[in-house]
Design a protein around this ligand. Structure first.
Ligand SMILES: C[C@H]1O[C@@H](n2cnc3c(N)ncnc32)[C@H](O)[C@@H]1O
Ligand SMILES: Cc1ncc(COP(=O)(O)O)c(N)n1
Ligand code: SF4
Ligand SMILES: [Zn+2]
Length: 549
């Protein structure tokens, strides 16, 4: 069994991050361009700092095309990413305080990041309700190409969330909600059976380079505060965790020893470290546990199974539900966005939309409303395994029962029998639930149900999910989505092969396929490819036939 040597953790931390994880542009015609967001409207208060927003631009023969995607961050390097929010946060909240970070002091005297005291912080939801156009809300409005007023309205009402812990100054914020570009989350992290720090760092680089919109560190089994620190400092996208995993680690893997006070301690430590959103399985009530007993696959959520084990052992109500007001108070103090966990999501198509799942969903709606009352941002986690004909019902029920809080789904897998190919079986479900309004799609890799993903699995899962998310965006008519496809289609009809590679979700993969049969430079201008050859190229004939038509 592999473990993580503490020495290697420290060596790989911020100070000495390996250079082979540097993020590079996916294609020479792609680059990161920075634009300035519109000035703060005169009738609104807010951060009046300049808001610089990076976009991914593709240079084509017709001119530049801005892709509606997340961006590869700056190079992952020894110092972490630039702290793009540091100045604006200082303007808004005043001086930072010095604290010791969880996991002990930083190695080699690396400076601690700025830390805000809990009582200084207001949530983006509270700011939005006060009509305050924060830097973060102005940033996401520009990124999504919508008005600030619309973002303020959606964040205030809870229809959208902007996870942005002030203690994560490297963050380029993103907005998650049904009216916005469908986001993709990448799950990462070691497990006790397979823990190799270099491989974890490689996965982070693959995720950021591949255009993940958020990442979750789901590490279990060993103390990994340093890994989380490294991820946070090198992540330009929001970072999520499931704090009950670290809590379980601290009680030696014995769920009956979990407690509210331990959970609160872990939650606060992770908040100080800069985690942007956390999954909490507070909706799995004791009464719902028997409903799962008649299922084909019982409880497949890790966090859900822990809470069920705890309440069965103690014959008491879920402590996250019992202490939910205190949980909200901590979340509010750090603007931690809550991801209300679906501990009873179906783990098989046979269990989809059953009474256990829907009972928990109703409770998640109540919890989301309670979060709203105190200005805490919240989204709702969803399944799992759902056959296509039950997806619309599930998505509509979520909107109805949870007042349109953003729906964040794991897939869902449309079939149960694709082992080894569950990135595909689940991307099919994900595209359908995205088209029905799911706001963020949690990716699934080819290793699902079989083992811990390696970097190549992460890449395959992420590409599958970017396809699913974009399919949903075309269906929803999201800004910039159709224009991207149209740019590709024109490049295709005009035989601009290099432009086609540059516009592809996976430029290197596209080019490799073309190169396999036609590697010559001249072939990149040819009016055919090896599929049909010059005499049978339909598009070439089409140009001639339609020329005078
Ligand atoms: C809830 C889902 O989270 C994913 N999951 C759980 N732990 C990890 C990890 N360390 N790395 C990647 N994915 C993980 C699995 O896909 C699981 O089904
Ligand atoms: C969309 C989604 N659902 C669930 C989890 C947590 O995993 P678990 O519930 O197994 O602890 C997750 N990270 N993302
Ligand atoms: S993925 Fe593996 S370890 Fe996780 S619940 Fe399924 S069988 Fe258990
Ligand atoms: Zn499954």
């Amino acid at each position: 069994m592999n473990t993580i040597p503490v020495a290697s953790l420290r060596r790989r931390h911020v100070d000495e991050a390996p250079t082979d994880h540097v993020v590079q542009a996916a294609h020479p015609q792609q680059r990161r361009v920075v634009r300035e967001a519109p000035p703060l409207p005169h009738d609104l208060s807010g951060d009046d700092d300049t808001v610089l927003v990076p976009f991914l631009e593709v240079a084509t023969a017709e001119g530049p095309v801005i892709l509606p995607t997340s961006l590869p961050g700056a190079p992952l390097g020894s110092d972490g990413l630039p702290q793009v929010r540091a100045q604006v946060l200082r303007h808004r909240y005043g001086a930072t305080v010095t604290r010791t970070l969880p996991g002990g002091p930083l190695p080699n005297g690396a400076p601690a990041r700025p830390t805000y005291a809990a009582n200084q912080i207001l949530t983006q939801r509270t700011l939005a309700r006060r009509g305050f156009g924060s830097w973060e809300l102005r940033f996401v409005a520009a990124r999504e190409q919508v008005t600030l007023e619309r973002v303020l309205d959606d964040v205030a009402s809870g229809r959208a969330v902007v996870p942005a812990n002030p203690n994560h100054p490297e963050l380029e914020p993103t907005i998650i909600g049904r009216n916005y570009r469908t986001k993709v989350n990448v799950n990462l992290g070691a497990s006790s059976v397979r823990a190799d720090i270099d491989e974890e760092l490689a996965k982070v680089a693959v995720a950021l380079q591949g255009g993940a919109d958020t990442i979750m560190d789901l590490s279990t089994g060993t103390k990994l505060a340093w890994v989380r620190e490294w991820i946070l400092r090198n992540s330009s996208v929001p970072v999520g965790t499931v704090p009950i995993y670290e809590a379980l680690d601290r009680v030696g893997g014995r769920p009956e020893r979990l407690s509210w006070s331990l959970f609160a301690e872990v939650l606060e430590e992770q908040a100080l470290q800069g985690v942007d959103y956390v999954t909490v399985h507070a909706g799995l009530l004791r009464d719902y546990v028997p409903l799962a007993a008649r299922r084909t696959t019982g409880i497949v959520s890790r966090g859900g199974s822990l809470m069920a084990a705890w309440s069965q052992h103690h014959q008491r109500e879920n402590f996250l539900f019992e202490h939910f007001d205190e949980l909200l108070a901590i979340a509010g103090r750090y603007d931690l966005t809550l991801s209300l966990g679906d501990g009873l999501r179906p783990g098989s198509t046979a269990d989809a939309n059953d009474e256990a799942q829907l009972a928990e969903l109703r409770t998640l709606g109540d919890l989301a409303r309670r979060a709203g009352e105190v200005g805490v941002q919240a989204m709702i986690e969803g399944p799992g395994h759902v056959p296509l004909h039950k997806i619309a019902e599930n998505a509509l029920l979520e909107q109805e029962l949870c007042d349109d809080a953003p729906f964040y789904t794991l897939g869902p897998l449309a079939i149960d029998v694709a082992a080894g190919w569950d990135h595909v079986s689940s991307a099919i479900g994900a595209a359908v639930i995205g088209a029905h309004g799911a706001a963020m799609l949690c990716y699934v890799t080819p290793k699902e149900h079989l083992g811990l993903p390696n970097p190549e699995d992460v890449r395959a899962g992420l590409i599958a999910y970017r396809i699913a998310a974009h399919a949903a965006d075309l269906a929803k008519g999201i800004n910039g989505a159709q224009a991207w496809d149209d740019a590709m289609s024109r490049a295709r009809y005009e035989f601009r092969w290099n432009d086609q590679f540059a516009l592809a979700i996976d430029p290197a993969g596209a080019q490799a396929h073309h190169d396999e049969s036609l590697p010559a430079r001249a072939a990149k201008d040819a009016e055919f490819c090896s599929m049909c050859g010059p005499n049978f190229c339909a598009m070439a004939h089409s140009h001639r036939a339609l020329h005078d038509a």
